[in-house]
Write a protein that binds this ligand. Structure first.
Ligand code: UTP
Length: 234
């Protein structure tokens, strides 16, 4: 039995999902995940969920940012390249969702008006990552839950890929998280949630879960099951 099938108590939830670019493509597009994700979204919608998905730029974004930076481009130029990658990934998710999703990718959170279908978008403007876009969208839509699905299985005291002593949190207060992620944005930043996202989550008290980008864990996070990730206590 997978984690997602254990508890099926939550229905009619309004949730925003921040889907890491590395979950969608790493570096090739993960078609199996994308197809499975589309089926999951359809199932959740028939259970009454309203969903919005903000897709990250992943390795394509990083490659272009690194190349442009080494050619002398400034930070905001690099950010713009990252945004383009996020919007390409958003379109892949739209391709899989078909009529379940709005076909247009909003370029700002202000542009989002309706929420009958699945909203899928990528980045907006330089200065943050899609985590911040997802937090802004959750605040605007008054979503009850923000789920960040990423390539690590939760929030750690340090980057677990670089530091073997990193400790995973089952839960962390938003204040602790704010001191963990620091203040500053940089194109291609790789903290699990970017500083601006944390500020928005804190200000709007948005219930947030950080989970590994696997279908069973994403489903568990959305349905109130055992997601094995980290809860941000707001
Ligand atoms: P993301 O940071 O959101 O994707 O955007 P990611 O971090 O690669 O996703 P993961 O790692 O798979 O979870 C990539 C880059 O695009 C720029 C930033 O430089 C960001 O680091 N960006 C993205 C913006 O400037 N503004 C946005 O609204 C979104």
């Amino acid at each position: 039995m997978n984690a997602g099938s254990k508890v099926n108590v939550v229905r009619d939830l309004r949730a925003v999902l921040s889907l890491g670019g590395s979950v969608v493509a790493s570096p090739e597009i993960n078609l199996e995940f994308v197809r499975g994700f589309a089926s999951l979204v359809k199932k959740l919608r028939s259970d009454g969920y309203r969903l919005a998905v903000v897709v990250g730029g992943g390795r394509v974004a990083r490659e272009y940012i690194t190349a442009a930076r080494s050619l002398g481009a400034g930070e905001s130029f690099c950010d713009e390249l990252g945004i383009l990658a996020t919007r390409m990934n958003a379109r892949i998710i739209i391709a899989a969702l078909g009529e379940e999703a709005y076909q247009h990718v909003p370029e700002s959170v202000e542009e989002v008006e309706e929420w009958e279908k699945v909203i899928v978008m990528g980045g907006t403007v330089p200065g943050h990552t899609t985590d911040a876009v997802a937090a802004m969208l959750a605040a605007k839509l008054k979503a009850e839950l923000l789920v960040n699905a990423t390539n690590v299985d939760g929030i750690y005291s340090a980057d677990p890929r670089k530091n073997p002593d990193a400790r995973k949190y089952d839960s962390i207060t938003v204040e602790e998280l704010a001191s963990l992620v620091g203040e500053e944005h940089r194109a291609g930043i790789s903290t699990v949630l970017d500083p601006k996202a944390v500020r928005i989550i804190r200000e709007h008290r948005i219930r947030t879960l950080v989970v590994k980008g696997e279908l069973s864990r994403i489903e568990a996070a959305l349905r109130g099951g055992e997601h094995l990730g980290t809860e941000v206590v707001v």
